[in-house]
Design a protein around this ligand. Structure first.
Ligand SMILES: *Cc1c(COP(=O)(O)O)cnc(C)c1O
Length: 371
């Protein structure tokens, strides 16, 4: 028997052909248009570029296919997160955010939600479920969290959210639908930065939400239409193209990360390694249950900020850049953005280079730092 996600991966490559008439181009056309030919009654037709675009709709079809629910495309991961939050909260609500996840969601809440009468609390991802979700109208989880790679149990989170009457939003950026399916585990909304692995070529920003809850989906669609938070057709086309190779890239990246993480842990220059696939990771058992793969991100701590910078800058196959999930392996010292991590903590994003070539370059750069 084939597994459901492999079936989705195979079908993804043939979704478009189902709607092709004879003589139609097989590749997706880019349709940059603000207006549509629209005489008479506009109901039921594409109307205006802020409401409809055939290129982004084709990308949504692929994203929805992978998440197993209707998807809405946004111009960035943060635009998708903002849509999920603003569509679901009202004045007087309390929401719960991870203390250690992607930091911009916290800043957005602090700057713009607080003054609208929506307050928020923070909890570390590892202790996210400990006190339940009573009193929250929305709970936002990120697992494995960026950059610490801590986990929380999504099935349990969904049960607690249901009991409390809270909407559970899960940021699935670090895993992609090929690594983990939050909606199948009970989340109400999944959000993701397709800027990262789904696009994969570091040349576009993009995001999406997906949900099986029709009222929530409609609210997010209205938010996009009314706030104007729409993706461009060129970016949608790039992500559409990227999604066709996501499964292949994700498999290579995760397999390489699984090979490289234990070797890093053995290297004298490395103080500690965080990777959900290592038996020593505090949530390794949960990772085995909840995720299909262990991901392509590895956290490693070197002796100092200087050692970390030197490692990143001397490794010939590492791109010194923020962000992750691209075909090129990349790394950065997260403390430079103020993340609550050690000065020598490096977030390494394993790319698509042949694994042994990549390891040779990484170990050579670590040797250099160790001497
Ligand atoms: C990058 C990232 C985002 C934001 O995505 P943008 O496309 O940069 O807006 C959100 N969540 C996580 C976990 C991310 O890594």
């Amino acid at each position: 028997m084939t597994d459901p996600i492999s079936r989705r991966a195979a079908e993804l490559l043939h979704l478009r052909q189902r709607s092709l008439g004879k003589g139609a181009p097989v590749s997706l056309p880019i349709t940059p248009t603000s207006v549509f030919n629209l005489p008479g009654d506009p109901a039921g037709f594409a109307q205006y570029g802020r409401f409809d675009n055939p290129t982004w709709e084709a990308t949504e079809e692929l994203l929805g296919h992978l998440d197993g629910a209707p998807a809405l495309a946004f111009p960035s991961g943060m635009a998708a997160i903002a849509a999920a939050i603003f569509a679901a909260v009202k004045s007087g609500d309390r929401i719960l955010l991870p203390a250690d996840g992607y930091y911009t969601t916290r800043i957005l809440s602090e700057r713009f939600l607080n003054r609208l009468g929506v307050s928020f609390d923070l909890r570390p991802t590892r202790q996210f479920l400990e006190k339940g979700f009573e009193g929250y109208s929305l709970v936002f989880a990120e697992t494995p969290s960026n950059p610490g790679l801590d986990l929380c149990d999504l099935q349990q989170a969904a049960t607690l959210a249901k009991e409390a009457g809270a909407v559970l939003v899960v940021d699935n950026t670090t895993m992609t639908p090929f690594g983990q399916n939050p909606l199948d585990l009970g989340a109400d909304i999944v959000v993701a930065a397709d800027t990262k692995a789904p696009n994969g070529h570091s040349d576009a920003l993009f995001g999406h939400v997906a949900s099986r809850d029709e009222p929530l989906l409609q609210a997010m669609r209205d938010w996009r239409k009314l706030s104007g938070s729409i993706p461009g057709p060129f970016e949608a086309w790039l992500v559409h193209r990227g999604l066709e190779t996501l499964e292949l890239r994700f498999e290579r990246m995760c397999t390489s990360a699984e090979t490289i993480a234990p070797r890093l842990a053995e290297h004298v220059a490395v103080g500690s390694v965080v990777y959900p696939g290592l038996a020593g990771h505090p949530d390794h058992d949960l990772a085995r249950r909840q995720m299909r793969r262990f991901g392509f991100l590895i956290g490693l701590t070197l002796a100092s900020a200087e050692a970390a910078d030197r490692f990143i800058e001397t490794c010939t196959l590492i791109l010194p850049a923020t962000s992750f999930g691209g075909v090129h392996s990349s790394a950065e010292r997260r403390a430079r953005w103020g993340d609550a991590v050690e000065p020598g903590f490096v977030r390494l994003s394993i790319g698509c280079e042949p694994c042994e070539e990549l390891w040779a370059a990484i170990s050579a750069a670590l040797d250099e730092v160790a001497t």
